[in-house]
Design a protein around this ligand. Structure first.
Ligand code: AMP
Length: 228
């Protein structure tokens, strides 16, 4: 019997732990994750045509155009479902246009019988600002580990260097105070619209309280998916 194909949409404010939890699911559960933010940063680092178009947009904390994002995500999903059964979307859809395009994608034969579950991460803005201003990330391709200068649980073993690949850690350009403010404003604007959109469509949304250590967050998530 073929295994049920599933997509989990991790939806929540920047810095709420979506990326860290999805990386853990990839390691522990063998799922496949797409962080649309990482995909954008990879294009910028590799100086692709798309990367050149989006570099300044990302630095300022704005969203990149929907059409660009939708095309990249659909291409990734088609490729992943050739060999994977559970996909995790971290950072997509982020606007109504993206949610509508995503729904249209799912109507195609290729995605027939795919189950979608939305997971909403909730975290107070004050804590988000605190987290993001202390965030360090590994810039190595395929790593992207996240650390903190403020939370000892997330401190690297050797200050300033990645535990996994030893690369020098960096501050993301869009973790500047001005860009954080902008990203949070945009998040709330789109989140309200998106949550209303999914409620109207009758989609179920699981809520995850994100103000806790990663192992507890992971446990809560496992309980939601029935894997305690
Ligand atoms: P993130 O790593 O998810 O915080 O995303 C970093 C940046 O990438 C965002 O501030 C946007 O500029 C861009 N980005 C990521 N995902 C999307 C998306 N779904 N739609 C538009 N822009 C995105």
């Amino acid at each position: 019997m073929s295994q049920q194909k599933k997509i989990f949409i991790f939806f929540g404010p920047p810095g709420s732990g979506k990326g860290t939890l999805s990386q853990l699911c990839v390691r522990e559960l063998g799922w496949s994750q797409l962080s649309t933010g990482d995909l954008c940063r990879q294009n910028i680092a590799e100086k692709t045509e798309i990367g050149k178009q989006i570099d300044l947009i990302i630095q300022s904390g704005k969203l990149i155009p929907d059409e660009l994002m939708i095309g990249m995500v659909e291409g990734w999903m088609i490729k992943q479902f050739e060999s994977m059964h559970v996909l995790l979307l971290d950072g997509f859809p982020r606007t109504i246009a993206q949610a509508q395009a995503f729904d249209e994608m799912l109507e195609k034969d290729l995605f027939e019988d795919v189950q979608v579950q939305i997971v909403l991460f909730s975290l107070d803005d004050k804590i988000i600002e605190e987290r993001l201003t202390g965030r360090l990330v590994c810039p190595s391709k395929g790593c992207g580990a996240v650390y903190s200068t403020k939370d000892l649980h997330f401190a690297p073993q050797k200050e300033g260097f990645c535990d996994r690949c030893s690369a020098r850690l960096v501050i993301r350009p869009d973790d500047s105070p001005a860009a954080i403010k902008h990203r949070l404003e945009l998040y709330h604007k789109h989140a309200n619209e998106l949550i209303a959109y999914y409620r109207n469509r009758g989609n179920s949304m699981w809520e995850l309280e994100a103000n806790k250590p990663l192992d507890e967050l992971y446990k809560d998530f496992l309980a939601l998916i029935g894997c305690e």
